[in-house]
Design a protein around this ligand. Structure first.
Ligand code: SF4
Length: 69
């Protein structure tokens, strides 16, 4: 898989960034997805296809019930 070393375009508005910035989620998520523009991110794919996805869905598609704003 080719990955461009570029921050994901959704990063500034993505709930995953918010959760990491507020210490609710491990930094590894932004390091392994957002900050390297990893297009395997399920959130990214759903965003691109305009499909609904909850704020507490992780980049791997897992839902974290305990995550909230
Ligand atoms: S979680 Fe996915 S959609 Fe959100 S900023 Fe990170 S890579 Fe982009």
């Amino acid at each position: 898989m080719k990955t461009k070393n570029k921050i994901c375009k959704w990063y500034p508005v993505c709930p995953i960034k918010y959760f990491v910035d507020h210490g609710k989620l491990d930094r590894k998520w932004v390091e392994n997805y957002c900050l390297i523009g990893n297009k395997d991110c399920i959130r990214y794919k759903l965003e691109e296809s305009g499909e609904y996805h909850p704020d507490n869905m992780l980049p791997n598609g897992e839902i974290k019930e305990e995550l909230y704003y």
